[in-house]
Design a binder for this molecule. Structure first.
Ligand SMILES: Nc1ncnc2c1ncn2[C@@H]1O[C@H](COP(=O)(O)OP(=O)(O)O)[C@@H](O)[C@H]1O
Ligand SMILES: [Mg+2]
Length: 355
């Protein structure tokens, strides 16, 4: 059997840099070394690219960039290279790559930017393409498209930094408090506020603008959040067992997501069979509407009166060994190493997207 050269991208110029380090270290640890030679490419918080050859522990504790093995390296958009370029002084060396796993969360990685580079390079890569990564990243655009596809979404108001915030706040107030204020393109709950009055709403808008120039203000959905791990492409992608976030506090903020101090993830979700079926059907429509391929985690709310309301799609969900996406897959009989095999196979089989 020939060994495939798999490049794993980690870090990235994003507020979710630290989350990516945890996800990528797990991905690297779970790649079967009898099948794959792993090429690690780290991107610092400042956006500098290095090839790294140390342990995954040094990635987890964010010391990888001090490691002696680091050499400047980057993915080339040139199809004649179809791999990475490493620089040592004034010399360069190219290394060909069979597939790329971009384990990057948030801006400059999960938002179509890196996917664009990968499409130019012609190298197969796992996950969604440029367009679907970009539209899934933008909560305002994603919910507009999903609503047009007939799935319910939270009523919302979108405002750009150059616009009149107070007018937008006035418009949003008509939806009724509490309101969620979110940077349109962010993740891990960074910059999100739940506002109960006008002062908190204005403060929330200011806070959200420090993360993104576009802000979405959403009506609160009463109910609980569920997730669908979707794998594959085409008419019938595989959807694993649904999970549920059981919240004790206000909302699933950054601290709760990564500590689970008061909340817990229930797998399987406590849903009646009929509702679970509707959740899966909605996830499939959302995945298709946003043009997803490879994988995505589709998040929805199930309201107290049994309605399904779209929340968001994560095209590169958390990928640690205890993260929701790998857990849902494991629960449905796909182990972490098998998941990696499938994702790589799919990427290589779907190479024609890099036309
Ligand atoms: N409209 C809403 N109604 C109720 N809860 C919400 C709403 N929007 C967000 N939340 C809560 O805030 C959390 C983070 O929001 P989300 O849109 O998923 O952003 P992120 O991309 O940062 O995960 C959700 O997991 C949920 O707990
Ligand atoms: Mg979320």
């Amino acid at each position: 059997m020939t060994i495939q050269h798999i490049a794993v991208l980690f870090g990235g110029k994003s507020t979710e840099y630290g989350v990516s380090l945890q996800s990528a270290a797990s991905v690297i640890d779970h790649l079967d070394r009898s099948k794959y030679a792993v090429i690690m490419l780290g991107i610092t918080r400042e956006g500098a690219w290095y090839r790294y050859n140390g342990s995954t522990d040094e990635i987890r504790n964010d010391r990888w960039h001090y490691h002696a093995s680091c050499i400047p390296a980057f993915l080339s958009p040139s199809r004649s290279i179809a791999g990475i370029v490493e620089l040592t002084g004034t010399e360069y060396r190219t290394v060909s790559v069979d597939a790329v796993i971009p384990v990057l969360h948030g801006r400059n990685g999960e938002d179509g930017t890196v996917q664009g580079l990968l499409e130019l390079s012609g190298i197969p890569f796992i996950g969604c393409d440029t367009m679907s990564s970009a539209i899934s990243m933008d909560k305002a655009i994603a919910s507009t498209l999903v609503r047009a596809a007939g799935i319910q979404t939270a009523a919302s108001v979108t405002v750009w930094e150059s616009e009149d915030w107070e007018a937008a706040a006035g418009e949003a107030m008509k939806l009724g408090f509490p309101l969620y204020v979110k940077p349109s393109r962010s993740g891990s709950s960074f910059g999100i506020t739940k506002a109960y009055d006008l002062a908190a709403l204005l403060q929330g808008i200011r806070e959200a603008f420090s993360h993104d120039g576009k802000v979405i203000i959403e009506q609160n959905i009463d109910g609980f959040e569920v997730g669908c791990a979707v794998l594959g492409s085409g008419e019938e992608p595989f959807i694993a067992e649904i999970d549920e976030i059981e919240l004790a506090g206000e909302f699933f903020d950054y601290d709760e997501k990564y500590s689970l101090r008061t909340s817990q993830i229930r797998l399987p979700a406590r849903l009646e069979a009929g509702i679970a079926e509707q959740v899966r059907a909605a996830a499939q429509i959302i995945y298709k509407t946003l043009g997803c391929s490879g994988l995505a985690r589709v998040d929805m709310f199930v309201t107290n009166d049994g309605r399904i309301v779209f929340n968001e799609v994560n095209t590169m969900p958390g990928f640690t060994a205890s993260s929701r996406y790998p857990n849902m897959m494991r629960h449905s009989g796909v182990s972490y190493p098998q998941l990696m095999d499938r994702l790589i196979e799919q990427a290589i089989a779907g190479k024609e997207r890099a036309r």
